[in-house]
Design a protein around this ligand. Structure first.
Ligand code: F3S
Length: 379
């Protein structure tokens, strides 16, 4: 492959993996079962990114392994009133290249729902929330890859054998004992807190079993404020995929999370779907919304869901739209631009809370979905 026998694109990609692997002291390469390519928003990578992808495609770059793609910067149905679709042409050019390379057009940040990772399976994933989920919930092995390395792994089927691929690096060192059973957005707050306060791999203990949708928020938030790739959750992370050598212990109580709340004011955008909503979450949202009525004309409620569920969730999306919800497929407000001016964003997502403030300078308030509905819906 290095000699160009499988094309120049693959040789180039493999050289990049080897260079990074050598700098990290990797003992070799490892074959992967699934690559997930991030950094595919035209607004993020711009013309240079598009040119690079076209070059790889023209140089024969094709998927050597099952590969999924992260969200892009446009609503792929074009129906959202909130997501600014002004770069549709460029994003479509980019999407055509990615799909031409043989990547599955998932346009989602929850690739684990498209293909469930196996225990101890080697992956090369480039979306931090998905990386933590793969390692911590499914017991798979992946580092937090940047977009170019995940792409290189997709084209070669290999990645460097270092970091979280090695059992000796999957060691929980800080025991975080959560003193209460979290609900809704509190999972996000715990994740934000862990990202900010715990540097080594945490071993999180809850009084009773945490819920799947809560962990999804927690993992995403911990990867936003911290550099975590693995967050061990006792009773959840598959045994044998990590070890524990505790060097420090911390207790976490509800009162320490209050700082993540805030005060909404003015025109409100309520937003859920960071990470993208699972179909089960869409059904729950619909049931909840039916009790509340319609979105008030003053405010908005945006949800972001994976593009691949377009057909499956058609009826639900239509019902939500009739109630005034805005449904965006294959994107999110963090990797795209939003159209209208809002004074406050309400969200249950710690990751959205972090990035919408940081990148878009918005006033963002973490709260429950129920509370969001109370703010933006009218009986
Ligand atoms: Fe996904 Fe966008 Fe959040 S890509 S994890 S919804 S920032």
């Amino acid at each position: 492959m290095l000699n160009g026998e499988y094309g120049e694109a693959r040789a180039k990609a493999l050289r990049m993996i080897i260079r990074v692997g050598e700098s990290l002291g990797a003992e070799g390469l490892v074959r992967i079962r699934h690559a997930h390519v991030s950094g595919v928003s035209y607004l993020n990578i711009g013309e240079p990114g598009l040119k690079l992808l076209e070059e790889l495609y023209n140089g024969g770059g094709r998927a050597a392994v099952y590969t999924t793609i992260n969200p892009s910067c446009i609503d792929l149905t074009g129906k959202s009133r909130i997501i600014d679709n002004s770069v549709t042409g460029k994003q479509f050019m980019l999407n055509r290249v990615l799909e031409g390379m043989g990547f599955t057009p998932t346009y989602t940040c929850i690739p684990y729902l498209v293909r469930r990772p196996g225990v101890d399976e080697h992956l090369a994933w480039g979306e931090s929330n998905a990386v933590v989920m793969a390692n911590s919930y499914y017991g798979a092995r992946t580092n937090r890859e940047g977009g170019p390395l995940a792409l290189a792994a997709a084209l070669t089927g290999y990645t460097y054998y270092a970091g979280l691929h090695l059992p000796q690096n999957r060691v929980g060192r800080i025991r975080v004992r959560v003193g209460f059973n979290p609900i809704g957005e509190e999972y996000s707050m715990i994740g934000l807190w862990i990202g900010e306060n715990v540097e080594k791999i945490p071993v999180v203990e809850f009084p009773s079993e945490p819920v799947y949708y809560g962990l999804k928020l927690l993992f995403a938030a911990s990867a936003a404020t911290g550099s975590h790739g693995l967050v061990v959750v006792k009773g959840v992370t598959p045994r044998g995929t990590y070890s524990v050598e505790v060097v420090d212990r911390v207790e976490l109580e509800r009162k320490e999370l209050e700082k993540y709340r805030g005060e909404p004011h003015g025109r409100i955008l309520a937003y859920i779907g960071c990470p993208h909503l699972h179909p089960g979450e869409v059904y729950m949202l619909l049931r909840m919304a039916e009790k509340h009525g319609r979105i008030s004309s003053k405010h908005s409620f945006l949800i972001s869901i994976p593009y691949i569920y377009k057909s499956m969730l058609r009826a639900e999306a239509e019902t939500l739209r009739r109630m005034g919800f805005d449904v965006a497929y294959g994107t999110c407000p963090i990797v795209s631009r939003i159209r209208d001016g809002y004074d406050t964003v309400l969200t249950n997502s710690g990751k959205a809370w972090f990035y919408l403030q940081k990148l878009h300078g918005l006033n963002v308030v973490l709260t429950s979905v129920e509370e969001m509905m109370r703010y933006v819906m009218e009986e």
